[in-house]
Design a protein around this ligand. Structure first.
Ligand code: HDD
Length: 681
């Protein structure tokens, strides 16, 4: 087949499958021209439909079968194509060809997702985000199937069905959708205390990202790099977003889910369409075999990080997402990831969570994609040739020619032939393994609270407050007091001050003793220390007929030059007339958008504001203010921010107070939020 040619790019390969129906004749799937597609075949114009109507039957049958089962987890997701480029050769550590050469480029496909919600659920759920990358390397597909949090809830894959049953809607009433704020999830947490560290991440701002473009990604498990000499190094993978790590606030997130449940996918789609390609740098943490036991945690335990201050993250390349999918079903829905899709030079460890995942992913694709040939779907095909003796099954595309489909053989000169490791055949790392068959957890996996406390210690004051608020919300929704109490008692091992405040908020007994002996901090864990930039941020420009044309146009122009995306919001969509009779086009009205969909507000106002504008704009401004967003005001907008009584607060900038409004306001937008804001009444 044409896609078996060596050296073909992924996009060239996909081109062979892309079909544009525009301007074409309509046919049945058998290629028969269709003369009528509105009326079924009837016995008389008012008579019954006739069985013989093959066109009706084909069209309807296909429609009836359009759906496939959604993913049992990570059902709600969105994906894009891109390219990965190596900054620095990793040849010293791994023989993986796609990491060997500085400047080498590899096509990638990335799918971001929430975990718990179903396919149509709101994207701003408090949840972990999936971050799955398929590298189409010349040695076969390599999948890095990670999350936006570096640890996991459980230590052994056998508990995964329990975890997911606990977090999904409760079986007796199917409530709640895409939420962990209910009894069974917290009952699971309290009775499976290995969850402590991950739950701290899940209660933190990381669980409500501002954008897929502003999240870190983590491979979570410890993997192995293996070099040409057969030497292994333990490795953890990180994705670092060039735009920094930023989040929404919980009240905002909940409102976004109503105002625009597609907020994250739209953000990604529009960024790519506008050429503002999301970029993520790939980092690795490396630990030698000799140092494997040198740490106060077990490096095989997926509930533990390697603090970046102790094991630095070495940045080795960059991924750029530069192309949206053409068809969400064909690509995003049918893509099949698997942590077991590896290439020579990347190997597994005995992390018991990883070991179990190696079974689950193929198994789930078999039911979801309906058989063993899902690797033939265009999005899943490797860009290198693939040959073996596997045959047949549902939906087989390949027409294997010839008589022989077995190994070993003489009729085809023993081909396809296995390839030696020297020639690029995959060889498993020859780790020495011995032990008794046993169902147990290593003692070295039993410290569940030290790193949960490290995480807490590393948070800024506002991040700590958000964690307390998140626990108070989630446990506040739990009906059974005994579940609430158990969780409070459990997290007393992380921080006494934290649980005392949560206990007070939810009306259970605050433990008097507890706390953690850990005083270490890891500054890399706090979003306070992230990259800050205004680039690609959305600013709502509020104006009414009679606005000051020159200043508005110059601010809009200035913001665009900074890489900011201004959106004019007015009473109605369409032309808004400025004081000099010139117009600007309103991209949105107060009916179609809301402050929660923007990063900042520029209040241009007008000298002759209508009552409706005044009411809508004050609501808009106040809400943005309460979500700590930067607010700027031109001369005709000042009265509005004064009426909202926020004109002296931090992050509220009046054009008349500063020399260069656009620069000052853009800097404020880059800051993301003004957490230390106090309302000056
Ligand atoms: Fe998983 C999907 C990430 C533990 C079983 N997982 C899935 C996806 C991501 C992750 C990103 C979505 C892929 C896509 O976009 O199509 N999963 C993780 C991470 C884990 C993890 C980072 C812990 C470190 N997962 C995990 C365990 C099991 C599974 C322990 C089972 C033993 N995960 C699955 C699955 C899914 C899946 C059932 C559902 C859809 C799919 O695989 O393709 O097999």
């Amino acid at each position: 087949m044409s896609d078996h040619k060596q050296g073909q790019t992924k996009q060239e390969q996909l081109d062979a499958y892309r079909v544009d129906d525009k301007g074409k004749k309509m046919t049945t799937n058998q290629g028969l021209n269709v003369s009528e597609d509105e009326f079924s075949l009837k016995a008389g114009v008012r008579g019954p439909t006739i069985m013989e109507d093959f066109h009706f039957r084909e069209k309807m049958t296909h429609f009836d079968h359009e759906r496939i089962p959604e993913r049992v987890v990570h059902a709600r997701g969105y994906a894009a194509h891109g390219v990965f480029e190596v900054y620095e050769s990793m040849e010293q550590y791994t023989k993986a060809d796609f990491l060997k050469e500085k400047g080498k480029q590899t096509p990638v496909f990335v799918r971001f997702s929430t975990v718990a919600g179903s396919k149509g659920s709101g994207e701003l759920a408090r949840d972990v985000r999936g971050f799955a990358t398929k590298f189409y390397t010349e040695e076969g597909n390599y999948d890095l199937v990670g999350n936006n949090m570096p640890v996991f809830f459980i230590q052994d894959a056998i508990k995964f069905p329990d975890l997911i049953h606990a977090v999904k809607p409760e079986p007796h009433n199917g409530i709640p959708q895409a939420a962990s704020a209910h009894d069974t999830f917290w009952d699971f947490v309290a009775n499976n205390q290995e969850t402590a560290h991950m739950v701290m991440w899940q209660m933190s701002d990381r669980a409500i990202p501002r954008s897929f473009r502003m999240m870190e990604g983590f491979g979570v498990h410890t993997f192995r790099f293996v070099n040409e000499m057969g030497e292994a190094t333990f490795v953890k993978f990180h994705w670092k977003p060039k735009l920094g790590v930023h989040s929404t606030v919980w009240d905002e997130a909940q409102k976004i889910n109503g105002k625009n449940p597609d907020f994250h996918r739209q953000d990604l789609y529009e960024a790519i369409e506008s050429g503002a390609y999301p970029e993520f740098e790939l980092g690795v943490q490396l630990i030698s075999e000799e140092d494997a036991n040198a740490f106060d945690y077990d490096i095989l335990d997926p509930t533990k990080i390697w603090p970046e201050e102790e094991v630095p993250v070495k940045i080795i390349g960059k991924m750029t997402l530069n192309r949206n999918v053409d068809n969400v079903f064909a690509e995003t829905e049918q893509v099949a990831f698997h942590p077991g899709h590896v290439v020579p030079g990347i190997d597994f460890t005995n992390d018991p969570l990883l070991q179990g995942r190696l079974f689950s992913y193929t198994d789930t694709q078999l039911i979801r994609l309906g058989g063993p040939n899902f690797h033939e779907l265009p999005i899943n095909r490797p860009v290198c040739p693939f040959h073996n003796n596997q045959r047949d099954g549902y939906g087989r595309h390949t027409i294997n020619v010839g008589q022989v489909s077995y190994h070993k053989n003489a009729l085809a000169e023993n081909t396809p032939y296995p390839v030696s490791p020297e020639e690029g055949g995959y060889e498993h790392y020859q780790e020495k393994v011995e032990g008794r068959k046993i169902r147990a957890r290593s003692e070295s996996f039993k410290d569940h609270f030290s790193q949960a406390a490290l995480f807490w210690n590393s948070m800024s004051e506002i991040e700590k407050q958000h964690i307390i608020d998140a626990f108070s919300f989630e446990l506040g929704k739990v009906e059974r007091k005994e579940v609430q109490q158990q969780v409070i008692n459990m997290f007393a091992h992380v921080s006494l001050e934290m649980v005392q405040e949560i206990a007070a908020n939810i009306g259970v007994t605050a433990p008097k003793e507890g706390g953690s002996p850990v005083s270490k901090v890891s500054p890399a864990l706090s979003q306070e220390n992230t990259t800050k930039t205004a680039v690609t941020r959305n600013v709502a420009v509020l104006l009414d007929n009679g606005f000051h044309t020159d200043s508005v146009i110059s601010v809009i122009h200035g913001l665009k030059k900074q890489g900011i995306r201004p959106f004019v919001v007015a009473n109605k969509r369409g032309a808004v007339v400025g004081e000099d009779g010139n117009t600007v086009e309103a991209n949105a009205s107060f009916l179609t958008v809301d402050s929660v969909l923007f990063d900042a507000v520029y209040v241009a106002g007008s000298k002759q504001m209508s009552d409706r504008f005044y009411q809508q704009a004050t609501h808009f401004i106040q809400e943005a203010f309460h979500h700590f967003k930067p607010i700027g005001a031109g001369s005709d907008g000042v009265s509005l921010i004064e009426d909202c009584r926020i004109h002296q607060a931090k992050g509220v900038i009046k054009a008349s107070d500063v020399d260069n409004f656009v620069d000052t306001f853009s800097n404020a937008v880059a800051k993301h939020r003004f957490w230390d804001r106090e309302v000056q009444v």
